[in-house]
Design a protein around this ligand. Structure first.
Ligand code: PEP
Length: 250
């Protein structure tokens, strides 16, 4: 049975003291969540967030990782550094990184393989822009992103990857994909994983939807057969809203 996972992507929000408060609120409101809950925090918040979630059922994630083990990469953070800080998940290939930080399918694959090799679990983001959707390129683009990201990944390690389908036009815009649109692409993604590996691995893979998911629309999206959770930006910064979404996933 694949896991349902609700992950918060805090992006570049929350100072360490604010992170401590928000993580503590999430812990207090979710003592026994029926799905896996992850908070993906800025690097500088890792220690405070870790302290706040200690002994709880909340899991810790980061938002990026470098692909080298160590060395002259000023400003970067390696997978082993994250692991030693208690990080379990890392978001890779978020559209904001693809858009603003020159992330490519190739660097996504390099980061992903480095993260998996070190023992991290990966939340791999894929998704089309509005122009690509309008041009009828959604499925070919997602196929290309998935194939490139999984290149060289063993079947065993593939099970450590969660895929987040995030249409770029829905991220931070308040324009959520309809549950039918999201389900159609998530089902397609599962088919792609089956083509790369087998039906078993595909059926074990958690596929999230992300893009303006909120307390109001979460239940409908999460009820779809191939949507096994959510990657949530804005609404993950409010513990009440995030908790409603977590409860909707039960
Ligand atoms: C995200 O950052 O991954 C995201 C989905 O953001 P939002 O929920 O704010 O659209």
């Amino acid at each position: 049975m694949r896991k349902t996972i609700i992950a918060g992507n805090w992006k570049m929000n929350m100072t360490p003291s604010q992170a401590s408060v928000l993580a503590s609120e999430i812990v207090a409101k979710n003592s026994d969540p029926k799905c896996e809950v992850v908070i993906c925090v800025p690097f500088v918040d890792i220690f405070e967030a870790k302290k706040a979630i200690e002994g709880s059922k909340i899991h810790l994630g980061a938002q990026n990782v470098h692909f080298a083990e160590k060395g002259a990469y000023t400003g970067e953070i390696s997978a082993s550094m994250l692991l030693e800080c208690g990080v379990e998940y890392v978001i890779i290939g978020h559209s904001e990184r693809r858009q603003y930080f020159a992330e490519t399918d190739e660097t996504v694959n390099k980061r992903l393989t480095a993260a998996l090799a070190a023992g991290l679990k990966v939340i791999l983001c894929v998704g089309e822009t509005e122009a690509q959707r309008d041009a009828g390129e959604t499925f070919s683009l997602i196929e290309k992103q998935i194939k490139a990201a999984y290149a060289g990944v063993s079947a065993e390690k593939a099970l450590d990857i969660v895929i987040a389908y995030e249409p770029v036009w829905a991220i931070g815009t308040g324009r959520t994909a309809t549950s039918e649109q999201a389900e159609e692409v998530c089902a397609f993604i599962r088919g792609e994983v089956a083509k790369l590996y087998d039906a078993n691995i595909a059926s074990e893979t958690t596929i999230q939807y992300g893009g303006s998911m909120n307390a109001k629309n979460a239940a409908e999206l999460l009820a779809m057969e191939n949507i096994d959770g959510g990657l949530i930006g804005g609404a993950s910064l409010k513990s009440d809203d995030f908790t409603v979404i977590i409860n909707a996933a039960e």
